[in-house]
Design a protein around this ligand. Structure first.
Ligand code: MN
Ligand code: MN
Length: 301
């Protein structure tokens, strides 16, 4: 049924997506909350993984973006299926472990699960942060290439903390872009898909680019789209994105997953890969293998 897919290529792109996300997180965290002009004054163009930043990270250390994605990935691997309770349990254990960072909306949603067992936040027009989008990659990998499963997993994981139509639209579009890129779609095809999102939700229009890269999911996605479609390789996409500053670890993480999926492992600069925490990279490699092999595309091969 899925014989038109090349499983080796899918594996490579899926691995590059997850590792690309972690690299974007570790790279961008150094300049999180700086403005683009502060970054330019301090670094010229910021392009190396050096740690530091407001969280005082070690070089190659990742933050909540990658950690929450790993929470979802581990829940799928452990239960060998989709269990929202297992995902929320992992979020809760992670929050109790005193993570280096956690967004306010994520914290609020996880606390509601801890206190009331609540798996779905009530709809909230203010919960349009990027916290649901940044962590959705495991849901996209585990549903490959089924669009209905993708929608269910992506939105259910989102609603644990973020229940908002703009966040939902961003999450679903990003999840679909991940499916398409991992299956080898051209950039022009991805661009048409984003144009479809903009037609339905004009707020995501990124032409002309306004240069905002805040934690508001609209600003985040505009920045990712602008630099992903403009960049000619993985490095250009990420460097452009994180040099916008603001929520640079999260824009970096999201651009890193998209550019990673699109360009594949060979395009990831070795100097960045070498700086990453090797324990995080080996866990990513092992969960990606499991997520792909247990996904619909993996199970028919
Ligand atoms: Mn972060
Ligand atoms: Mn962030």
């Amino acid at each position: 049924m899925f014989n038109q897919y090349n499983l080796d290529e899918i594996r490579d792109r899926a691995r590059a997506a997850f590792i690309g996300m972690a690299i974007g997180d570790a790279l961008g965290a150094t300049v999180e909350f700086m403005t683009a002009s502060e970054i330019a004054a301090k670094y010229g163009i910021f392009r190396d993984i050096v740690g530091g930043g407001w969280l005082r990270l070690k070089p190659g250390q990742v933050t909540d973006d990658t950690e929450m994605a790993l929470c979802i990935a581990r829940a799928i691997v452990k239960t060998q299926g989709w269990s929202l309770e297992a995902v929320a349990d992992n979020f809760a254990a992670w929050l109790k472990s005193r993570p280096v960072d956690c967004g306010d909306t994520c914290r609020k949603g996880i606390r509601a699960y801890l206190l009331h067992g609540r798996l779905e936040s009530p709809p909230n027009e203010w919960d349009a942060g990027n916290g649901a989008a940044m962590r959705l990659l495991p849901a996209a990998l585990f549903s490959l290439p089924d669009g209905e499963l993708l929608k269910k997993y992506v939105i259910e994981q989102a609603h644990i903390t973020h229940n908002n139509p703009v966040s939902d639209a961003a999450c679903l579009c990003l999840g679909q872009l991940m499916h398409m890129a991992i299956c080898g779609a051209e950039k022009s095809r991805l661009r048409r898909h984003v144009d479809g999102l903009v037609a339905r939700f004009p707020t995501f229009n990124f032409v002309p680019y306004r240069g905002l890269a805040t934690g508001y999911v609209v600003d985040t996605m505009q920045t990712v789209f602008h630099w992903f479609f403009r960049g000619r390789n993985f490095e250009e996409c990420l460097v452009g994105t994180v040099n916008q500053g603001a929520d640079a670890d999260t824009t970096g993480a999201i651009c890193g997953m998209l550019a990673g999926a699109y360009y594949g492992m060979d395009a990831i600069p070795k100097r960045w890969l070498k700086k990453m925490d090797s324990k995080v990279i080996s866990e990513i490699e092992s969960v990606v293998e499991r997520l792909i092999m247990e996904s619909p595309v993996g199970r028919t091969m």
